[in-house]
Design a protein around this ligand. Structure first.
Ligand SMILES: Cc1cc2nc3c(=O)[nH]c(=O)nc-3n(C[C@H](O)[C@H](O)[C@H](O)COP(=O)(O)OP(=O)(O)OC[C@H]3O[C@@H](n4cnc5c(N)ncnc54)[C@H](O)[C@@H]3O)c2cc1C
Length: 570
């Protein structure tokens, strides 16, 4: 049942075993899996709005309109980023049922086997390793034919996917005019073809996979809270319920949640068994800090009563930095043409409405590339390689038949976004004030290390080589805003002015081994030193995977659900 206001909930006079804070990517997985047991009652408190009937959320191609500055976005900005000429950049997060899975760009990538084996190593829990998590990736996934039902042979490896899961993953359902050139380029040795980036060995260029079902977005709200699940009498979701704090129910036990409705009225609810914080890498540390769980001396200086000293809360924030690189092309068959032509776009939308076919069934990217700078690069004489292993990429290419950003008034483009995916820079989430509703200070510290900057510069140069290779002859004219002969200094300044984030904040409430003096949660995701409180979202990762992050959030939700069930069955 989805409820809109707390009065409706109070009328039901219910008690809940589990209270999930945040109906986002991971939170809805937990809500679904725990409510599989008809005897377990679950309440989800979601600050944001309903995902139903929001066209920019539903139509895959409109994903870049779902944020920023919309009703379904928290509309955050970062602190000034020193490596980006002190610019503060937009930092969208889903403020809507489904969380960021309702507003993201739907790219589906898992990461490398080595990424997850590193989690297992640092947490001393083999359950976080690739072999243990692969069944959970499959449990999350239902691989679905693309909207146009084209023959997908040679575009993915069926053996590594799940077919009985909940969240749909598919290949592009409308051919892109750049497809052939991309595949031709993979015959060049520097950019090999990889049949499937989700096998645990991601290196190479692959056909993009996305969380889309029959031409529409598949989010945790449309999948894990689909009508058959939300109809369960033991599952309730309350929208517009902004959690301000968790409160002590007994000494060192936090099972009570304080939240505020749209009218500013505060209520509390106490879980009979436990509270699961799934408010994401920004929301979860913010709630913990306001609750007095964090660095006690910093909290005290803000006028917040410290309750439990846990200095790692909000630290270790990690993100992927990017540069929106594009190339001017000799074609008018790119996204820009129909972005600028309302009649064409209306016709495409009419087709989408009628049959869920046509160019709007896909997100704007056609291929992803996961690549490494050479092992003998000069930077590795100064700093260790931060990738999880030799089969883990340093950088990514996101290839698209047009600019990802709103285009300039004229020109047609090839989009070739480059991103640092095994970063060494770390940032933080901290509080500016004890005001429970003020946004936190978000410092992802983008490109904040010499290695990360070096890798992004090398990625830009690699993209130049890609776009000037023979298959692009007579098609690519020049890089936009740069030129093929740009010096390192020119590239660096362009990065500082144009760099940004892939919007993958992670790691701000990291797991650490049981008994460790650092970290926020144990490997079973319970908050260190406390009972009744677990964290289940992307904030718990000790290292960001070299991948887009929604698949990790889903898999964390799946494994956490089993850990919680196991705990309460004893
Ligand atoms: C614009 C954008 C594009 C992206 N593109 C991709 C992509 O293409 N592929 C990919 O894999 N990843 C992408 N990501 C990242 C990915 O979506 C996230 O990493 C992932 O969804 C995070 O899941 P989560 O469960 O940790 O948090 P979220 O899904 O963000 O869930 C947190 C939930 O908690 C709620 N919440 C927060 N605070 C409170 C509070 N105080 N009280 C109540 N509720 C609260 C939020 O409203 C939200 O619903 C993108 C993200 C963005 C923003």
């Amino acid at each position: 049942v989805i409820l809109d206001n707390v009065a409706e909930l109070n009328k039901l006079n219910l008690k809940f075993d589990f209270v999930v804070v945040g109906g986002g990517t991971a939170g809805n997985v937990v809500a679904n899996r725990l409510s599989e047991d008809p005897k377990a009652s679950v309440l989800v408190l979601e600050a944001g709005t309903s995902n139903a009937d929001v066209l920019d959320i539903i139509v895959p191609f409109f994903c870049t309109r779902a944020t920023p500055d919309t009703a379904q976005d928290w509309n955050y900005t970062t602190t000034p980023q020193s490596a980006l000429n002190n610019r503060s950049i937009i930092y969208p997060r889903g403020f809507v049922l489904g969380g960021s899975s309702s507003v993201n760009y739907m790219v589906y990538t898992r990461g490398s086997e080595e990424d997850f084996n590193r989690w297992a190593k640092v947490t001393e829990d083999q359950g976080w390793g690739w072999n243990s998590l692969l069944p959970y990736f499959k449990k999350n996934e239902v691989f679905t034919p693309p909207a146009d039902h084209h023959n997908t042979r040679g575009q993915f490896n069926p053996a590594v996917h799940g077919y009985n899961g909940i969240n749909s993953v598919t290949l592009a359902g409308f051919p892109s005019p750049v497809d052939n050139r991309v595949i031709e380029t993979t015959k060049e040795s520097e950019f090999p073809f990889n049949l499937d980036p989700n096998s645990g060995s991601p290196l190479g260029i692959s056909w993009a996979q996305a969380t889309i079902k029959d031409g529409a977005r598949s989010s945790s709200a449309t999948s894990y809270l689909a009508p058959n699940f939300i109809a369960r009498p033991n599952l309730h979701v309350l929208l517009h319920a902004r959690v301000t704090r968790v409160l002590q129910t007994a000494s060192n036990t936090f099972r009570t949640v304080e939240f505020q409705d749209l009218n500013g009225n505060r209520s509390t609810v106490t879980a009979q068994k436990e509270v699961i914080l799934s408010a994401g890498s920004i929301g979860t540390p913010t709630i913990l800090l306001h609750s007095g769980i964090g660095n006690s001396s910093t909290l005290k200086s803000l006028g917040i009563q410290p309750v439990h000293n846990l200095p790692s809360v909000g630290q270790n924030l990690t993100d992927h930095s990017l540069a929106f690189l594009s190339f001017v092309v000799n074609s008018n068959n790119t996204f820009e043409t129909f972005d600028r032509n309302a009649t064409l776009l209306a016709a495409d939308l009419a087709q989408w409405n009628k049959s869920r076919t046509g160019p709007l069934v896909d997100n704007p990217l056609s291929h992803t590339g996961w690549l490494r700078i050479p092992d003998d690069s000069s930077i590795f004489k100064k700093f260790p390689d931060a990738a999880a292993g030799p089969n883990t990429p340093h950088y990514e290419f996101i290839i698209s038949n047009g600019m990802f950003l709103p285009p300039p008034p004229t020109g047609n483009f090839l989009g070739l976004i480059t991103a640092v995916v095994s970063p060494t820079s770390r940032g933080s989430i901290t509080l500016a004030t004890s005001d429970l509703l003020a946004p936190p200070l978000i410092n992802p510290n983008l490109l904040g290390s010499e290695v990360d900057f070096f890798i992004l510069r090398e990625a830009v140069k690699s993209a130049f080589r890609f776009a000037s290779s023979p298959p692009w002859k007579n098609y690519v004219i020049s890089p936009f805003g740069l030129n093929f002969n740009s010096t390192d200094d020119e590239i660096d300044e362009w990065i500082r002015e144009n760099g940004g984030s892939v919007f993958h904040p992670a790691g701000s409430c990291s797991m650490s081994p049981k008994g460790a003096t650092w970290g926020v949660v144990d490997p079973d995701l319970t908050v260190k030193g406390l009972s009744g409180l677990r964290v289940v979202d992307l904030s718990i990762v000790p290292f960001i995977p070299a991948a887009h992050t929604q698949a990790s959030a889903y898999v964390i939700g799946e494994r956490a659900s089993d850990l919680i069930k196991e705990h309460w069955s004893q």
